[in-house]
Design a protein around this ligand. Sequence first.
Ligand SMILES: [Cu+2]
Length: 119
Amino acid sequence: MTRAALRRALAIATAPILLLAGCGGDDEHGGGDTVAPSAEAIVIEVDGDTTTPATETVPLGSTVSLQITSAAEQEFHLHDYDVEGSGTSVTLTFVADEAGSFELESHDTEQLLLTLVVE
Ligand SMILES: [Cu+2]
């Protein structure tokens, strides 16, 4: 086999590998869509006895919806963003355009329900 023929053979052999790599790249690009400003849904279930404050992180600029369900009717308030609502099934939707750490609180029980980190 000449040197040129060997190079050609190698080129043919590696072509499918490059194609596969290309496909993998496309898949990663598809998953990368979450990096763009996105919609973030956070489900919070309030149990009268035991609520463990959770921390959730969302990307700056995303649209966040806090979906809160509670056995008892309560008033929920996300501090600083100043979004609030009351009931047993409350959805607070807002654009997380300010970075930092924000507390979701129940005004009835004064419980800290969630620490929302925007970064
Ligand atoms: Cu408050």
